[in-house]
Design a protein around this ligand. Structure first.
Ligand SMILES: [Zn+2]
Length: 381
């Protein structure tokens, strides 16, 4: 049975807290990392009804998308709704963990789950996030020292590409130099021009590891004054990022597509509404779970016929539609993020034991925590 700390480590392995926005509040809110976890409960909102649901489910950890304390707090007394959530959870031996904007940009993340629920294919990030910054480190070394140098650079963090490590490119050539007075050259003599066979070694390295890699290079290189380059590589488009763009298997009109979204997401009082010409054909679809209204122009530039998101505002929506930029589908915020819970549950409970969480059970909240619970139409009154 994994500890709460091990489950948190598995979650942070997929939803790295460093990807969260600076204003966000992600990670472990309450709970003891040494507690054994048999069951994890997953929900969008850490409200009291959800805390009770987690306790009734017998969970030792509640994972939510939205933070409990986004604006900071000085008290967790049971005199406020949020304080009561903390008290109820702790009294029942249940921790609370939040993955919010770090789960939004993860691959797979919140918008992948939304896109999956809508049956979209060929997914790509709508606003790609920067991939991890990478350097290329180049040096020139006698053939006999290449392997020792590669080992040292690999230990320092260089040469990892996906699931391959100690990756390097080697090319044979010649180096030439004249050692000055007072030097002790490994090859040649002071005052003489020396020309000697060398191997050019190239390895990639995370920019965060630059100091350690350069130190390892200088330590492992046989020369008194090794020549080396550190080159900052341009960031390739990453697979992470905000929102997703994908394709429907068959085109449909905006009106048909709106009904398709309503059928594909859990039901709320808010339902699903759309802005734009209802006969407009829809094939390429952009999605962003939660509040993604500011991505309308990005969606249009990405070639999307429609953007599915939540919390859309009057003026921005009106302008977008007037300019025929892209059609907009406005679903309930909660409903657009709920599909992610099933994705997290599958991640925790499957695998080859490498995450150490395969034995936990995961339950997904069935409580509709969308705050809009009443919806009236004039014609129904
Ligand atoms: Zn949200």
């Amino acid at each position: 049975m994994p500890s709460l700390g091990e489950v948190v480590a598995a979650l942070e392995g997929r939803y790295d807290p460093r990807w969260a926005e600076p204003w966000d509040a992600v990670g472990l809110v309450c709970g003891d990392p040494d507690t054994d976890v048999r069951r994890v409960h997953l929900a969008v909102d850490p409200v009291l009804a959800v805390a009770e649901e987690a306790i009734t489910a017998g969970a030792q950890l509640l994972v939510t998308h939205h933070p409990l304390f986004l604006g900071g707090t000085t008290s967790v007394a049971a005199t406020t709704a949020k304080g009561r959530v903390v008290h109820r959870l702790l009294a029942a031996g249940c921790g609370l963990f939040v993955a919010h904007t770090n789960a939004d940009v993860a691959d797979p993340g919140v918008s992948d789950a939304l896109a999956g629920a809508l049956g979209l294919r060929d997914l790509r990030p709508l606003r790609p996030g920067a991939a991890e910054p990478v350097d290329k480190v180049v040096t020139f070394v006698p053939a006999a020292d290449v392997d020792r140098l590669l080992d040292a650079l690999a230990v320092a963090g260089a040469g990892t590409i996906g699931h391959y490590d100690r990756c390097a490119f080697l090319v044979e050539g010649a180096g030439t130099f004249r050692a000055g007075a007072g030097t002790n050259p490994t090859v040649g003599r002071p005052g003489e021009v020396t020309r000697t066979p060398e191997v050019r070694v190239e390895m990639v390295a995370p920019r965060a590891r630059r100091s350690a890699v350069v130190r390892a290079l200088l330590d492992a290189h046989p020369y008194e004054e090794p020549a080396y380059d550190v080159i900052e590589l341009a960031a390739p488009p990453g697979s992470r990022g905000l929102g997703r763009v994908g394709e429907l298997a068959e085109p449909m009109t905006l009106s048909e597509f709106t009904a398709h979204v309503a059928r594909s997401l859990p039901e709320t009082a808010w339902g699903v509404r759309a802005a734009g010409d209802q006969r407009r054909p829809v094939r390429t679809v952009a999605v962003c779970g939660g509040s993604g209204g500011d991505l309308a122009v990005t969606a249009a530039r990405a070639g999307a016929d429609v953007l599915v998101t939540a919390d859309l505002k009057h003026h921005a929506t009106s302008e977008t539609i007037e300019d025929h930029v892209v059609a907009l589908v406005d679903a309930a915020h909660w409903a657009t993020e709920w599909p992610w819970l099933e994705q997290v549950a599958a991640y925790l409970t499957t695998g080859d034991g490498e995450r150490g969480t395969d034995t936990v059970e995961a339950t997904v909240s069935r409580i509709v925590t969308d705050p809009w619970t009443v919806h009236a139409h004039q014609k129904e009154l």
